[in-house]
Design a protein around this ligand. Structure first.
Ligand code: C2G
Length: 129
């Protein structure tokens, strides 16, 4: 079985999130998703996500293309997560292009094009206006 792993916050779940998960799943036959905890998100973006980590995980877990979810507690643990889950492929959006090349020693690393014209940040801005 070929296992694929990917990571993200997936706040205010939208079509860009769905598309990357669908495309990630096509790289293997088992998709594992590390969902950033609220604390990790706060440390990255200095703000809390709109949806808490348990709700974000429930949404991701309910998707047909997702087989397993877990808490991504730290960006520094990515190598450990890849090894622990025995992932063959790491998939990330190309906003992270080149950032995870060090893991090419332990698995295949693939960056996929982001879906244009949609992001959680933009959705929040539009609603605020
Ligand atoms: N994404 C996409 N198209 C968009 C928006 C997002 O393909 N229009 C992808 C991102 O490239 C990422 C995934 O969806 O691969 C999740 O995006 P975010 O929730 O923004 O994830 P982020 O906060 O960048 O967390 O360890 C890495 C982090 O956990 C990634």
């Amino acid at each position: 079985m070929k296992k694929v792993i990917t990571f993200g916050t997936f706040d205010l779940f939208h079509i860009g999130h769905l598309r990357i998960l669908e495309r990630a799943r096509e790289y293997g036959d088992y998709l594992i998703v590390g969902v950033s905890t609220d604390a990790l998100n706060f440390s990255k973006k200095q703000k809390n996500p709109i949806y808490n980590q348990e709700d974000r995980k429930k949404i991701i877990h309910a998707l047909k293309v997702v087989d397993e979810v877990f808490d991504e507690e730290s960006l520094e643990l990515k190598g450990e997560y890849i090894k622990k889950h025995k992932a063959d492929v790491l998939v990330m959006g190309n906003d992270w292009e080149g950032k995870f090349d060090e893991f090419k020693e332990i698995c295949e690393v693939v960056y996929l094009e982001r879906t244009p014209s949609i992001s959680t940040t933009e959705i929040i801005e539009i609603i605020k206006e």
